[in-house]
Design a protein around this ligand. Structure first.
Ligand code: CAA
Length: 445
């Protein structure tokens, strides 16, 4: 059976930076540690005035095509996942294809293009679509370009404001991949929820506290569903467990729940019994509240153990390094988490070929998907080609007053007249609107 999976990855960050501890916290009169320790975020990436979901997606895709030597004819499918779309009819993938056709010979006239929407889980769903398309034998030897691109902006003053971010991840899904092979094992947790939504509005309506609970509930459901097809999961089975990361503090909560679930009735639970007791079992309690109190107590003790700490440092923390520096990229977030883990492995000389990853994707509204992947030979060269560190260090550091003006410049309801903060070079830029209110782009050498 032909292996199908992710063959190449490129990341493009918004070119502005908002420092949460140095700039955002003082302006909000908040303790910086609420952001750096509580949420686990240092900096948010922001789009410059000439950037948007199309430019970031097209720039990531161009870098990917240039590096891998792909021509438009090699691509049979372009799917864009976003929750920041500005058009209810014309998909972002057509704009991105148009940008790319301006700089390559050939075109994408025979590529199937679309746009996937289910909040942040849509990036993973697009990969699933590409996988199914190739496995069904409909790809005619061609690869799929999947682009997750978002400007994750919240209304000024919303509690989510600290978790903003902007960037794109382009991924090539192909036969005989060079980064990870996907498996057919998947689990879903999906329900009609009202936690985070954008009913025809640019900035989200968010019930922040509830969204955290819904994330955890759906993720747990997805893990149980995954285990029903793939068998019991065990913490030692996976080199890394990247989660959707709206902010690292969210992953801290999900990882603890996941670890408790995976270690139940294992030698790890036995080994911890002397130190913190055994996990509470519902059958041992007369009422639900007492059971929940016991679980909370067990979890509080569990997170202080060396066993948990060592696992978290190995399997979870490396997935969060980039997220701390860029904030939430919605559809791209879990793919940034995967990239972050692989990058850490490359930097620390870790052997990873043949090792498994377990991915926990999530989209509000709400759906979680758990699936596993196997890292394949070639991953190290792919990951060593990332230039994300240079991109991050080149970002323009916004003052709070500048941040306010950039936020306004990206507000669809306000006039945008702001000068750019950075000088575009070798990239696609937004240049204004055309006669039918379409957006216009050009490539700047
Ligand atoms: N030092 C250390 N920690 C501190 C601190 C300090 N001085 N001050 C506060 N903290 C901690 C708090 O204890 C809290 O941690 P715990 O949750 O572990 O207790 C953390 O910092 C955040 O503090 P608050 O809960 O007081 O923060 P908040 O209410 O202002 O905002 C939020 C939190 C509601 C999640 C908000 O960020 C939000 O609305 N975010 C957008 C929605 C979101 O991202 N939800 C996540 C799940 S939904 C999803 O994943 C989809 C998506 O991408 C949007």
């Amino acid at each position: 059976m032909t292996a199908v999976g992710i063959d190449a990855i490129e990341i493009w960050t918004g070119k502005l930076a908002l420092d949460l501890a140095e700039t955002f916290a003082p302006a909000k009169d908040e303790n910086p540690e609420k952001y750096t320790k509580g949420l686990g975020l240092e900096v948010s990436s922001f789009p410059d005035t000439y950037e948007d979901i199309v430019t970031m997606g097209a720039n990531a895709a161009k870098r990917l095509m240039d590096r891998t030597g792909l021509e438009p004819d090699d691509i049979g499918r372009i799917d864009v996942a976003t929750e920041s779309a500005f058009d209810n009819s014309k998909p972002v993938s057509t704009y991105i294809a148009g940008c790319l056709e301006d700089v390559y010979d050939g075109d994408f006239h025979h590529a199937n293009k679309g746009e996937r929407k289910f909040a942040c889980v849509a990036g993973t769903q697009s990969i699933d679509d590409a996988y199914n398309w190739i496995k069904a034998g409909r790809n005619r030897g061609r690869a799929a370009l999947v682009i997750a691109t978002d400007t994750a902006l919240y209304a000024r003053g919303d509690p989510g404001e600290a978790t903003q971010g902007a960037g794109a991840v382009a991924m090539l899904v192909d036969e005989d991949p060079s980064v990870v092979e996907l498996s057919t094992d998947q689990g879903y947790g999906s329900a009609d929820e009202t936690d985070f939504l954008k009913p025809n509005q640019q900035f989200p309506s968010v019930d922040g506290k509830r969204s955290v609970q819904v994330y955890l509930a759906r993720m747990r459901e997805a893990l149980e569903d995954f285990e029903s097809v793939a068998g019991r999961t065990h913490p030692d089975d996976y080199a890394y467990i990247p989660f959707h990361t709206p902010f690292p503090g969210m992953v801290r909560k999900a990882a603890l729940l996941g670890f408790r679930h995976m270690t139940r009735d294992t030698e790890i639970e036995d080994g911890l019994a002397d130190e913190i007791g055994r996990q509470p079992r519902e059958a041992d309690f007369e009422d639900w509240d007492a059971y929940e109190d016991a679980i909370r107590e067990y979890m509080d003790a569990l997170k202080e153990t060396d066993t948990y700490d060592t696992w978290y440092a190995r399997a979870i923390d490396p997935t969060l390094t980039l997220s701390r520096q860029v904030g939430n990229w919605y559809t791209g977030s879990i793919h940034v988490a995967r990239a972050s883990a692989l990058k850490t492995a490359a930097e620390t000389g870790r052997a990873l070929s043949g090792e498994k990853l377990l991915l926990g994707s999530y989209g509000s509204g709400a759906q979680a998907e758990i699936h596993s992947e196997t890292v394949v030979d070639g991953w190290r060269e792919e990951v060593e080609a990332f230039d994300i560190d240079e991109q991050l260090s080149r970002r323009y550091d916004l003052s709070f007053e500048e941040y306010g003006r950039v936020h306004d410049a990206h507000n669809h309801e306000k006039e945008r007249e702001l000068e750019e903060f950075t000088v575009p070079s070798g990239e696609f830029v937004f240049t204004g609107w055309g006669r039918m209110n379409e957006r216009k782009y050009e490539y700047v050498d």
